[in-house]
Write a protein that binds this ligand. Structure first.
Ligand code: GLU
Length: 475
């Protein structure tokens, strides 16, 4: 039987990092096993659907490099692929369960259900299950109703979870749950089980937050005597304080769209997300999509929470940026440089050189403006360590020589500046760290940085000379 897995987003928002991870692991699993990856739209919660939800989910999956074999725009013979287009299918199965006495109509109003729950709470009950009072009620053709699944007594629901091993739920922990709402639209658990079966899904790999839904879905499989897919529930993603990633947590960027806007690279993000709750054999962390597909093994899905390590994300994205050509890097940074108004201030050539010089240090495209500020726009002041360095004996003389040589330069560029550093060393009798460090600090107020002649060329002759004057005056 060939592997068929699905990612089943509800179009209630944009592609979140947690959902992207679910999609990505299903994708890797499908590709590794020569199976099919299906995107099914679970749009039955009509009040929460957002207009561009579906479009945006698909757009950012594609951007991440996650392509699908079947979905609303690609029929594979198991459609329709959005649940609102499958209402007649659910109706048929719900009717069958009603006819067989495995489900029943419930005419209780919201108010009545609320009162019931409150009474249970007052009596100190911890399970606020529905009383089943409609189970034997005769048909009331004029009243609105929901359809509830009649949960069997004393039944255990066990499954061998791909991540967690054996998991068991007792039927007494689940009350008669609503399968079909008053408006005739199925609830998630009912529609999901029907679709997973009809779409021949072999493995259901999803977030741990769905594990309590699994017994309800198993009830549907049992009721129809269907074969069950294999379930796997991936652990939560947590932040650096080990707290569950919440959409309100602003310390972590949550939506794939935001990563695109900030100039993260899709391949890098794919690589990073694949390491959230899974680790390949060996210690390699920089892995291409092809390598990840080859290496993917669901047995290595972790059973402990996946920590969202922001430093690791920066490291991985930087490694991918370093591999870009200069042109690609310029393209990545350009929207940010334009937004910061720098393309109005500087020539195209200057902008290109800026990106070339700083490319290797970038963690993401938008960071170019921060690096620009650090080197070019900052208040030019020194910290204690830098000041101590410049006060070392002989440094003032080194700076003086360098300044004089620069002043004599007609053509001020990286190639002409470079030999002057060595010449300064000879004339001022300074070498190694005591040559480069003072020159760098006195011109950039930084202890470290990219190739100094290139940075100085970007700064321009006037700025460099002014900075050297300013420093020497203070010494
Ligand atoms: N529509 C559900 C969600 O977005 C899918 C859950 C599942 O994969 O079964 O969370």
């Amino acid at each position: 039987m060939s592997v068929r897995v699905r990612y089943a987003p509800s179009p209630t928002g944009h592609l979140h990092i947690g959902n992207a991870r679910t999609a990505l692991f299903n994708y890797l699993f499908a590709r590794k096993n020569d199976g099919s990856f299906i995107v099914r739209i679970e749009d039955t919660d009509t009040k929460r659907n957002v207009k561009t939800g579906i479009e945006s989910q698909l757009k950012y999956l594609k951007w991440l490099g996650i392509d699908w074999d079947e979905s609303i725009n690609k029929d594979g013979g198991y459609g329709p692929y959005s649940q609102l287009e499958r209402l007649d299918i659910y109706e048929k199965y719900a009717q069958e369960l009603l006819d067989r006495g495995l489900a029943y109509k419930c005419y209780c109003t919201k108010e009545e259900l609320k009162q019931e729950r409150e009474a249970l709470k007052e009596r100190g009950e911890d399970k606020l299950h529905y009383s089943r009072k409609c189970l034997y009620r005769t048909d009331e053709p004029d009243l609105p109703y929901t359809i509830r699944f009649k949960v069997p007594k004393d039944t255990y629901y066990s499954f061998n979870d791909m991540v967690k091993g054996k998991v068991t739920f007792k039927s007494e922990d689940v009350g008669d749950w609503v399968m079909v709402k008053q408006n005739g639209i199925p609830t998630y658990n009912f529609a999901c089980a029907i679709d997973d079966h009809l779409m021949a899904i072999t493995h259901v790999l999803r977030g741990e937050d769905h594990i309590t839904n699994t017994p309800k879905q198993l009830m549907i499989y049992n009721a129809f005597n269907w074969d069950k897919p294999r379930f796997g529930h991936m652990t939560l993603i947590v932040n650096e304080d080990n707290k569950k990633l919440s959409k309100r947590d602003h310390s972590i960027i949550q939506f794939i769209e935001q990563y695109q806007t900030l100039g993260y690279l899709p391949d890098a993000l794919f690589n990073f997300i694949s390491l959230l709750g899974w680790s390949p054999k060996g210690n390699k962390e920089i892995l291409s999509k092809e390598q990840l597909i080859n290496l993917f093994d669901d047995k290595q899905l972790s059973n402990s929470p996946a920590k969202f390590d922001q430093d690791k994300l920066a490291f991985i994205n930087n490694r991918y940026i370093k591999k870009l050509s200069d042109e690609e890097a310029v393209e990545l940074c350009m929207p940010h440089l334009t937004k910061a108004g720098l393309t109005n201030t500087y020539s195209e050539e200057w902008i290109e050189n800026l990106v070339k010089v700083f490319k290797d240090r970038l963690s993401f495209g938008a960071e170019i403006t921060a690096l620009y500020d650090e080197f070019f726009n900052q208040e030019f002041t020194l910290d204690d360590e830098q000041e101590t360095l410049l006060k070392e004996p002989g440094v003032k003389e080194t700076l003086e020589v360098f300044k004089r040589l620069l002043e004599e330069l007609d053509e001020f560029n990286a190639n002409t500046i470079k030999p002057l550093i060595n010449q300064t060393g000879k004339e001022a009798n300074a070498k190694g760290k005591m040559l480069y460090m003072p020159l760098r600090v006195a011109t950039t107020a930084q202890m470290h940085g990219p190739d100094l002649p290139k940075v100085l060329a970007l700064l321009g002759k006037d700025t460099v000379i002014n900075r050297l004057n300013q420093m020497m005056k203070a010494l």
